[in-house]
Design a protein around this ligand. Structure first.
Ligand SMILES: Cc1ncc(COP(=O)(O)O)c(C=O)c1O
Ligand SMILES: N[C@@H](CCCC[NH3+])C(=O)O
Length: 443
């Protein structure tokens, strides 16, 4: 097994020393389980590399990957900063008492309310995405008589090697100001004229699940081509350069991710070369990893149910979750590996496909995987579901959201409760307009 989890003598998968079968019995399934040690190690790989290189930096955890109070508390303990993209993510961060000065807000359509919430709570920085937002922010700062630090999000025109839906740094993107067509420069000009705004620098994020460093280094070079020009023309120097997230992780055997420190070293090297050749001072570097902090630290345990064998076609094995707790296979054709958690090394391997239980033919979690012969109530553990699993979960078919458990120091703790049916209908109101008449006419 190439995923970072162990197997006990009785063939059960263990997470941080705890038996997955015990966890499934205790908390039910589907169940997200995180090895907190691994989250911390991933975070430290970034933080420590910057420290070793002697570079001033902020590692901002992109909380969209998995936002919960417990997770934000860990980010705080690890001295990370935090990237939020909505009032909900900001609210979660505030509930977790995350230091506001290290919160950065993103979003391609920040509402007046979102901007007000950020301003009122004195967050560290807003990453400005478009002209409409500049107007809203300027007005909000007048209303609250406050100042705000901003970064300008730019699209450097890099086509990262990843799925189209998770590619963001190219020209044809809904995010940010284009660097080559003059829009980024126009944004800079407008922002520099607003007294209540301090432009700290530039931000770019080229995409997600990227396995090479050259996309990042090319982006840095493009940023500096502009920065050099802007220094000459506006005496503007970027104190901060935020180079986004997107560092790839291992989902399957085919994935060969770089050690996280390599990305940091490549970024720092290129910034160093670029600042030297442009005679500029070295900026503080910020990055925004999400997936690479939580992705491989989490897995999902499901219970197996119905098996449908279509001879010479496919054997469908269904789990008690699916696209409601992991929409990535349906959305991006994302691939995963899995084991039978209660029988990891079981014999009589056969090829099966893992189906979710939603009313959609496309709700297939894994196509064609070799597993030991399965039986009803066996447990399936799907690896690397720690990022964009729970955070993208939904209520399709009115399946309640799964529970989340953290493991650390040989102990388990529930950090998100399983939703009840009552939780799911709590905002539903019964319909009262014209009820009587329609009851009468239908009788
Ligand atoms: C602006 C921004 N920053 C950071 C991230 C985090 O990306 P990842 O989870 O791939 O590290 C994303 C998501 O792709 C993003 O859009
Ligand atoms: N949600 C995506 C990544 C996009 C992240 C946000 N820009 C995924 O699961 O891979």
């Amino acid at each position: 097994m190439f995923h970072p989890f162990d197997v006990s003598d009785n063939g059960h998968l263990t997470i941080g020393g705890i038996d997955s079968v015990y966890l499934a019995n205790k908390y039910g399934t589907p169940l997200f389980v995180y090895d907190v040690n691994r989250i911390r190690n991933n975070a430290r790989a970034f933080v420590d590399t910057f420290r070793e290189l002697g570079v001033r930096a902020q590692v901002a955890y992109a909380s969209k990957a998995f936002s919960s109070i417990a997770m934000i508390q860990i980010a705080k303990q690890e001295n990370l900063s935090l990237d939020v993209v909505s009032q909900g993510e900001l609210y979660t961060a505030l509930k977790a008492e995350f230091p506001v000065e290290r919160i950065h807000m993103h979003g391609n359509n920040k509402s007046r309310e979102e901007i007000s919430m950020a301003v009122k709570n004195h967050i560290g920085c807003i990453v400005v995405d478009n002209f409409h937002e500049i107007d809203l922010l300027e007005q909000t700062l007048i209303d609250y008589n406050q100042r705000m630090n901003v970064l300008i999000r730019v699209t450097p025109g890099i086509e990262a090697h990843t799925h189209d839906y998770i590619l963001t740094g190219n020209e044809d993107s809904k995010f940010g100001f284009d660097l080559s067509n003059g829009q980024a420069e126009e944004a800079l000009q407008r922002l520099l004229k607003i007294d209540s705004i301090h432009v700290m620098g530039l931000h770019c994020h080229i995409g997600s699940q990227i396995f090479e460093t050259n996309g990042f280094t090319m982006a840095v070079e493009r940023l500096f081509q502009k920065l050099k020009d802007w220094k000459d023309r506006y005496q503007f120097e970027s104190e901060v350069l935020n180079l986004g997230g997107g560092f790839g992780i291992r989902y399957t055997k085919e994935d060969d991710p770089l050690p996280l420190s390599h990305y940091v070293k490549a970024l720092v090297n290129t910034v160093e070369e670029s600042t030297q050749s442009c005679y500029m001072s070295f900026p503080e570097i910020w990055i925004e990893p999400g997936r690479s902090i939580v992705g491989d630290a989490g897995l999902t345990i499901y219970k197996l149910g119905a098996v449908k064998d279509i001879p010479n076609v496919r054997k469908y094995v269904s789990v008690d979750g699916g696209m409601t707790d992991n929409i990535r296979p349906a959305l991006y054709q994302a691939k995963y590996e899995a084991v039978i958690a209660n029988n990891v090394y079981g014999a009589h391997k056969e090829e099966v496909s893992i189906a979710g239980k939603c009313c959609e033919s496309g709700d297939m979690l894994i196509l064609d995987i070799e597993l030991p012969k399965v039986e009803e109530n066996d447990l399936l553990a799907v690896f690397s579901t720690g990022a964009y699993g729970y955070s993208m979960s939904n209520h399709y078919n009115r399946f309640p959201k799964a529970a989340v458990v953290f493991i650390e120091n040989g102990q388990d703790q529930l950090v998100i409760k399983r939703e009840s049916f009552e939780d799911m209908v709590q905002n539903d109101l019964s319909y009262e307009l014209g009820g009587k008449n329609n009851e009468a006419s239908s009788n």
